[in-house]
Design a binder for this molecule. Structure first.
Ligand code: ZN
Length: 109
């Protein structure tokens, strides 16, 4: 199951976003491991967002809402239409991240 970056359209595997992307940050492996067990909100709290940003990732309300990714051209801006389309299901489904991933994929987002 792939989800697309809102800025460059690069497909990202859901499993990678949920389990592997955190290891691309400069967190210790133990910290990254602990991150996997956090709630949706805790996983995207500011300190983690900063770590992800340094590794090239920016997310919306969920790690499944990829706003920017390491493949993005440096000055590219997110597609406002795609970003808006993604934010509705992200708010609606909240903590149901599996539901969110399949909804986004269904719409090819
Ligand atoms: Zn991208």
């Amino acid at each position: 199951m792939d989800l697309h970056c809102s800025t460059c359209g690069e497909p990202w595997d859901v499993f990678h976003l949920r389990h592997d992307a955190i290891f691309e940050t400069d967190l210790d492996p133990e910290e990254a491991e602990a991150w996997r067990g956090l709630s949706r909100r805790e996983r995207l709290s500011s300190p983690y967002r900063e770590k992800f940003k340094a590794a090239g990732y920016e997310f919306g309300a969920s790690v499944y809402n990829v706003v920017r990714c390491p493949c993005c051209p440096k000055d590219a801006k997110p597609d406002p239409d795609k970003a808006a389309l993604k934010s509705a299901p992200a708010e609606m489904l909240g903590d149901d991240e599996d539901g969110l991933a399949s909804t986004l994929e269904e719409f090819g987002l």
